[in-house]
Ligand binder design. Structure first.
Ligand code: NIG
Ligand code: FE
Length: 389
């Protein structure tokens, strides 16, 4: 198998738990090298000890990090909501009411239009260092449109999520819609999905509805995750912890009990600071969560309404500047914890045997991701061992 050695890495963030004692949370190795064999990492260590390989790449003293794992996105949609954003910036609140606008545009799009739009966004993400992405449905809200949204998403990732329970469409009642989501829509969606998600919030689905939808998904072999506590306090986070879901996302409005539930569970709190940036909501208390011992991931939530960014580097900068995460916690949250939030143990870590998804930064250290906000620092991306940027 073809081997490549990347030498001259000034700072290598491995996220390898075996390297925490010397390298801190990120398992940093300085003056490092990394060998890729086929699609996997074969060797990591000091450059002086690096084995020979077929191809040699010199990082020139720059930093290398694991590719970002963006565990929360809504890429299957048509149209945009820039007018809604513009109105919001002059004082209109974000209510999620605009979801129905995107549903109408999405239903009217052809499969080809949806596919090429997702391809464009995935390429945009890859160019910024994202090598794994979760993609949700949720702008179809009919049996046909949810199934085809997931079929489109499946062309780009294994981590597809059925979010038929995004909002109740205008032409039906909540009771009838929950029956549809848990019945024929789930049956049509499940073959294309790995996960099931519910927007558990006032104005969307309540805790009892979310519980029923997640149970039906579980019966169809889908793993649960939840949008919860985004716009107000509520029972979503505690439901996620009670059910032992892999991740609960947003976590903007948390009571003390919510934090205790997260602390006492394995459920990851996925924070989406691009949403607060784009909606002018208060940021979640990442510092409080981390200090309580909660596992925290960062993701983009890229969608046309609450947050239309695909930049994980922006999320890191916001998490450090606005949520008091350390630069190391933020990068770890955007890589290793993103992988954990998708129950993936093959990505997010650079150690022998892991998928060779990595990013060469045009910077001497990982701290530059937060230190130089808005600057395109991605100098190269390898996905499954192949250079793609
Ligand atoms: O995660 N909150 C629910 N869903 C998306 C926003 C959807 C939209 O506004 O189009 C979110 O923020
Ligand atoms: Fe979302």
């Amino acid at each position: 198998m073809n081997t490549t050695v990347i030498t001259g890495i000034g700072e290598l963030a491995t996220n390898d738990p075996a390297r925490v004692d010397e390298g801190g949370l990120l398992g940093l190795v300085h003056d490092a090298a990394l060998v890729v064999e086929g699609s996997r990492v074969a060797w990591v260590g000091p450059a002086a000890d690096a084995p020979a390989a077929d191809v040699q790449v010199d990082a020139g003293g720059r930093a290398v990090i694991p590719g970002f794992v963006d565990s929360h996105s809504h890429l299957v949609f048509a149209g945009d909501r820039s007018a809604e954003f513009e109105a919001r910036m002059t004082g209109q609140p974000y209510t999620a009411g605009g979801i129905r606008t995107t549903v109408a545009r999405t239903r009217a799009a052809t499969d080809e239009q949806l596919t090429s739009h997702v391809a464009r966004l995935v390429a945009e993400m890859r160019a910024q260092g994202t090598t794994s992405v979760e993609i949700k449905s949720g702008y179809g809200l009919s049996v046909h449109d949810e199934a085809r949204s997931l079929a489109v998403a499946r062309q780009f990732t294994e981590d597809t999520t059925f979010l038929g329970a995004h909002v109740v469409p205008a032409d039906t009642t909540p009771e009838d819609y929950v029956d549809l989501v848990t019945g024929p829509m789930l049956a049509a969606a499940a073959p294309h999905a790995r996960w099931i998600d519910v927007f558990c919030e006032d104005g969307a689905f309540d805790v009892d509805q979310a519980r029923a939808i997640l149970a039906a998904g579980s019966d169809s072999g889908l793993r649960g995750r939840l949008h919860a506590n985004q716009l107000t306090y509520g029972g979503g986070v505690q439901l996620a912890c009670e059910l032992g879901l892999t991740a609960v996302d947003h976590c903007t409005f948390l009571s003390d009990l919510d934090v205790e539930s997260l602390r006492d569970s394995r459920t990851i709190a996925t924070l989406l600071p691009g949403v607060e940036f784009s909606t002018r909501q208060p940021y979640p208390d990442a510092r409080g969560l981390l200090d309580a011992g909660v596992r925290v991931a960062l993701a983009s939530d890229c969608n046309p309404g609450s947050c239309f960014t695909s930049s994980m580097a922006l999320c890191i900068a916001l998490a450090v500047r606005e949520m008091r995460m350390t630069p190391a916690e933020a990068l770890h949250g955007a890589t290793a914890m993103g992988a954990a939030a998708l129950a993936r143990d093959d990505v997010g870590v650079l150690a022998p045997g892991k998928v060779a998804d990595l990013v060469l930064l045009d910077a001497p250290s990982c701290v530059h991701l937060a230190y130089r906000p808005g600057v395109p620092l991605v100098a190269g991306v390898w996905q499954a061992g192949r250079p793609v940027v």
